[in-house]
Write a protein that binds this ligand. Structure first.
Ligand code: FE2
Length: 195
């Protein structure tokens, strides 16, 4: 992910407001790095803390809307909102493990298969997944109202954005977490099921 320490002016990133409700899940963070399973538990809990993220929900076909829910030296948490036109392109999370909980609508997670058909998994509301720092994927909105909560540990700082050409050549570009992930170069658009 999703994005991630120097808070900078990020398009479509909402700031934490002074009136943000206190999160029991965030208050219970242990003050150390979290493993993938712990990150999944965190996003599952935050998915149920609707008052924390619901005021930040917004959708845009032009730029994926995202908002920082939390960031400390061990973990960062983001709200992302998706339409079917929002596509991260292929990317990794450099040193970070992560977890994603879908709270509304659905996402498609794709994993690349060089020279073959990419793996595509629909992740629907009420479900979540987690991954280590060896994970490479692409996320696309499968509905025009998808909402997801993402957590990363250590916090995202750099990400790898990939150009996967039609003939299977893979190129990686290091980008900042503050840059929006999007398809680059000759990466073929992903097919998205329409509902
Ligand atoms: Fe990601």
């Amino acid at each position: 992910m999703s994005r991630p320490v120097a808070p900078v002016a990020v398009p479509h990133q909402a700031d934490r407001g002074p009136g943000r409700p206190l999160s029991r899940a965030l208050a219970a963070l242990p003050g150390r790095q979290l493993d993938p399973g712990e990150l999944r538990e965190l996003v599952d809990r935050l998915a149920g803390e609707t008052a924390l993220w619901h005021p930040l929900v917004a959708f845009s076909d032009q730029e994926r809307h995202f908002a920082s829910l939390h960031r400390d030296e061990f973990v960062d948490v983001w709200l992302l909102c998706w339409t079917r036109r929002n596509d991260t392109g292929w990317h990794d999370h450099d040193l970070s493990a992560g977890a994603v909980a879908v709270v509304q609508g659905a996402l498609i997670e794709s994993n690349p298969r060089i020279g073959g058909h990419h793996l595509e998994t629909v992740v629907s509301a009420g479900t979540s997944f987690h991954f280590g720092n060896d994970h490479l994927h692409r996320l696309t909105g499968a509905t025009d109202d998808a909402i997801s909560v993402h957590a990363y540990s250590p916090p995202l700082w750099r990400l790898g954005q990939y150009d996967l050409s039609a003939d299977g050549i893979l190129r990686r570009t290091s980008i900042s977490y503050a840059d929006e992930l999007r398809p680059v170069g000759t990466s073929a658009p992903i097919s998205v099921s329409h509902r």
